[in-house]
Design a protein. Sequence first.
Length: 75
Amino acid sequence: MPITVDIDVMLARRKMSVGELADRVGITPANLAVLKNGRAKAVRFTTLAALCEVLECQPGDLLRWEAEEEAAADG
């Protein structure tokens, strides 16, 4: 998938656990893991906004686009 999720990067910068983030955002740790690991098919804007609020970042800090060729070479 050409969209890469960088939640791990922001979690490390904020020294926050997945469980704490899930708690503060209001989603289950399992659903956050699906998003974090790039297995989600969609994300609600309200969830994205809550992630940005808690992590004090912009949506572009959490999501980035990669060309299919780059994604295949990385994975």
